[in-house]
Design a protein around this ligand. Structure first.
Ligand code: CMP
Length: 140
């Protein structure tokens, strides 16, 4: 296993409910160190661009409305096998199917409002990190 970076979003539902600190602590306890953090209110254009791969899905409008309704916390997480590890720590996309002890099991309300986003591959992690962070904003 190699040290790797992945991209993470703490979504509006979790930020609104004051779970930012607990979620970051959970990542750190599981070997995922935030090496860049930014709190941001996404614009419609940013959210539509970020989720462009889902543009044809029936839930796309709902997803963009949700992601732009209040601030999010954007992060680059670094650790051993970070992409896979982050997906384990987050739990299943649908919180009803998420394992005990995962972030989505603990904090998420629904498949739409599911508290966190995490990259699904190292290739997408690189694209997603570059979408929101300059290389000069990331410090290992
Ligand atoms: P995320 O990992 O951020 O990537 C795409 C998001 O689309 C996903 O998390 C969910 O929040 C959202 N999503 C997936 N399926 C549905 C659905 N059936 N209804 C609403 N939102 C969904």
């Amino acid at each position: 296993m190699a040290t790797e970076r992945t991209f993470s979003i703490i979504k509006p539902d979790a930020v609104e409910n004051n779970h930012v600190g607990a979620i970051i602590a959970h990542f750190e306890k599981n070997g995922l160190r935030p090496v860049a953090i930014k709190r941001k209110q996404l614009t419609q254009t940013e959210a539509e661009g970020f989720y462009a791969v889902h543009a044809e899905r029936p839930f796309f409008g709902e997803l963009v409305d949700f992601m732009t309704r209040s601030p999010v916390v954007l992060m680059v997480l670094e650790g051993e096998d970070a992409v896979k590890k982050n997906r384990e720590v987050m739990g299943a996309t649908n919180p009803a199917e998420a394992a005990e002890g995962t972030i989505r099991k603990m904090y998420a309300q629904s498949i739409g409002e599911n508290s966190v986003h995490g990259s699904d591959s190292p290739e997408n992690a690189a694209i997603e990190i570059a979408y929101f962070f300059a290389a000069t904003e990331i410090f290992s």
